[in-house]
Ligand binder design. Structure first.
Ligand code: SF4
Ligand code: SF4
Length: 215
């Protein structure tokens, strides 16, 4: 899921400085799980903005704000409230904000910072395990991603800073290459450590990413 967190309220207020009437948008998927832009946070934002003197013309929590057709449909369902607003404040990831901006054409303020693709460790605890490199090598690394989990993104074993199995950049963290080694040994595949992983094909990360499924 996409991990996001709310911008400081002072930043949101500053972005809305010249705006009086605001329509609020949240997202029922990732932003809700991150407690950044679900029903509860939209309601809290409404209270806070009202307290700051803004007029809230209405709100909606879209099932997936990144779904452009759905975002457009949900805004059309609230047309009157939407048209009364001077701006949208969107509590969704950057993809969701752009759905709203595209669907409405109205000034759109991003209320969240979008951080990373994350795994959920437990409620409220998220960890980045994949940085979407487009050239996945997890098969070679026992299902542990050195591109992401190693701060240096090293593909062929640990750096010289590894100390007694701990990461040079964070003594509390185990070096990812120690983790990969241990898992490969446990799987009876230690010989894979001798295979040199070639430089990654970063052309697969070309932006903007596009994928159209064939029927
Ligand atoms: S190798 Fe690339 S695609 Fe695979 S988990 Fe790591 S960052 Fe993600
Ligand atoms: S100690 Fe290991 S995880 Fe940390 S930067 Fe070096 S190779 Fe990467």
């Amino acid at each position: 899921m996409i991990i996001s967190r709310q911008k400081p309220f002072s930043d949101i207020l500053a972005a809305l400085e010249e705006v009086n009437r605001v329509f609020l948008v949240g997202c029922a998927k990732c932003a809700t799980v991150c407690k950044a832009g679900g029903e509860e946070e939209v309601w809290q934002m409404q209270e806070a903005l009202t307290g700051a003197g803004k007029v809230i013309t209405g709100s909606v929590v879209i099932d997936e704000a990144c779904h452009m057709l759905r975002a457009g449909r949900d805004l059309r369902a609230k047309r009157e409230m939407v048209e009364e607003a001077d701006a949208f404040l969107v509590l969704a990831c950057g993809a969701g904000v752009q759905s709203i901006s595209t669907a409405s054409g109205t000034r759109t303020v991003a209320g969240l910072d979008t951080l990373f693709l994350g795994n959920i460790r437990r409620f409220g605890q998220f960890e980045q395990k994949c940085s979407l490199c487009g050239d996945c090598l997890l098969t070679e690394t026992a299902g542990i991603c050195p591109v992401t989990v190693c701060p240096k993104g090293l593909l062929n074993g640990p750096c010289g800073g590894m100390d007694e199995g701990r990461c040079e950049t964070d003594p509390d963290a185990e070096c990812v290459w120690v983790q990969i080694h241990e898992r490969l040994v446990a799987q009876g595949k230690a010989e894979r450590l001798a295979v040199i992983i070639p430089p990654k094909d970063f052309s697969r990360m070309l932006k903007p990413g596009k994928l159209k499924l064939e029927k």
